[in-house]
Design a protein around this ligand. Sequence first.
Ligand code: ADP
Ligand code: MG
Length: 352
Amino acid sequence: MIRFEHVTKRYDDGTTAVDDLSFEVAEGELVTLVGPSGCGKTTTMMMVNRLVEPTSGRVLVDGRDIADVDPVALRRKIGYVIQQVGLFPHRTVLDNTATVPSLLGWKKAAARARAAELLELVGLDPAVHGSRYPAQLSGGQRQRVGVARALAADPPVLLMDEPFGAVDPVVRERLQNEFLALQATVRKTVLLVTHDIEEAVRMGDRMAVYGQGRIEQFDTPATVLGSPATPYVADFVGSDRGLKRLAVTPVTEADLDPVPAEDLVPAEGSGPAGGPGSAGGPGPDHPSGPAHPSGPAGAPAPVPLGTSLKDALAVLLQHDTGRLLVTGADGRPLGVLTPAGVHRALRRATTG
Ligand code: ADP
Ligand code: MG
């Protein structure tokens, strides 16, 4: 959907901001561009909507060299969210959100209806917040309006430059999660710039790690963390990359141990409560029997397959039982995750 072919950008003062960059973002994919300040992330992003023109090479959007596309027409298909949000201070939240549809010539009522819909989508009540001015919102709410405005004309492509940078870490994590939930429905092609490795890992289907004007590695967060391509990348992702990888590695069946017999207790109170191995009680050999595993007193609630190792480990650490029951899509127990299983999973993720 977005394709860079040997793109170099040299500014008038001789600064080479981007040097022979080639990469591709698939339709519906969210790619994060991460790297230290001044490494060329914003320059890269602004070459997608022609706010910056390449010195050499070409950028294609939806198969077309954008050098041949009228910039105004191009930008209508590309939502743009920036850290400073850039809301018009003298316009209400509703009118701010309706900006692009209005520019596109929608009838006022239609543009406002669309704006109200988008505000709701990002978790703001149009009846409450729509008539406010940007100064009357919290930082997090303003960021939400920025996202709503960028999505209002339903552009296939979204560019986000440090979109959650201006809020505190707690609000930032909430906005990140909200955006991921939103993205699961709207499936835009997204380029998201950040200097925050945690954000790049959490948000990206794939991530581009920038050195000076170049991409050092372009891959899934799990691979970047598990197998950094260069010493620079290893240093950038941090010596705790093993821990970071927990967040992007799901629990799979291969990581589980069998459910111990003592964790399987009769369902209907038909035996001594919690009696380990009660006579006639269905064991692991009879998984369809009327047993439900509950585990010892104080055992954590089961988690479904696909839960991140990070979340699973957090639950494990809060309980003394040392194992965590993992269930399949149908709710049936598949096995237990132990600290050794977590370790195995990490080894698997490294070599895999
Ligand atoms: P990032 O977004 O990764 O912080 P930028 O793309 O903004 O990096 O900048 C990359 C490099 O290009 C930096 O050295 C920056 O100073 C320089 N730069 C950015 N914009 C201009 C400009 N308009 N004129 C000259 N140099 C610029
Ligand atoms: Mg920047």
